[in-house]
Design a protein around this ligand. Structure first.
Ligand code: SF4
Ligand code: SF4
Length: 207
């Protein structure tokens, strides 16, 4: 059933609008003064309404996925062996890897017998899904904390091996590196573990 329309009775101050306008302006000024005085304070300008970026920055989530890093091992050697698993797993097809054989005398620079001669990620196509990190059998690639990805030219959006190594060194220096990922069990190993558990259950049942 339709509700009857009730005509609202406006008071005199409501009818002339002036009081409501002054009330609205008062609220605006109250917030302006509050934010302005807070922004004059020393230290992080965490005023109620906005953060003064880039001076003030919020803490990044530990699971944030930003610009990629190419990792080094404890001896400072490149972990990547150029296998291309990351490129195969990438849904955006934005990784290009060229594998090279480690030359004699260069063993101290690389952890494996092969290495990535070229490694490039097209950040214009990357969707930051993290599949490359999950697919890497050597734990050589990770998505870091870099989120300032605005560039002037498309060429600058090509993340090279050198840039990724530099990202790793910078995040290590700042102490913001993520802990290494736990290895994901492969299908064969998972089946083996399930079979073992089943065998153990059957043994218990017989007893
Ligand atoms: S984060 Fe995803 S889209 Fe980006 S390079 Fe890695 S796999 Fe490809
Ligand atoms: S980052 Fe990992 S998956 Fe990609 S090429 Fe290097 S070792 Fe292979």
């Amino acid at each position: 059933m339709a509700r009857p329309v009730v005509e609202k009775k406006y008071s005199f101050t409501e009818r002339i609008y002036l009081y409501e306008i002054v009330k609205g302006l008062g609220l605006t000024w109250k917030h302006f003064v509050k934010n302005f005085t807070a922004s004059l304070k020393r230290g992080p300008h965490t005023v109620p309404t906005c953060w003064q970026y880039p001076e003030d920055r919020r803490e990044i989530s530990p699971i944030f996925r930003g610009e990629h890093l190419l990792l080094l091992d404890e001896q400072g050697r490149e972990k990547c062996v150029g296998c291309g698993m990351c490129a195969r797993a990438c849904p955006a097809k934005c990784i290009t890897v060229k594998r090279g054989k480690v030359a004699e005398g260069e063993e101290s620079r690389y952890a494996g017998k092969t290495y990535c001669e070229e490694f490039q990620i097209d950040l214009l196509r990357c969707i930051f899904c993290g599949f490359c990190e999950e697919a890497c059998p050597k734990g050589a690639i990770a998505l870091g904390k870099g989120y300032e990805l605005a560039r002037y030219t498309p060429g600058e959006c090509q993340l090279t091996k050198e840039k990724m190594l530099a990202n790793y060194r910078r995040e290590k220096e700042l102490g913001i590196l993520k802990p290494p990922r736990k290895p994901v069990p492969v299908a064969g190993a998972a089946k083996e573990a399930a079979a073992k558990a089943k065998g153990a259950d059957e043994g218990k049942a017989k007893d």
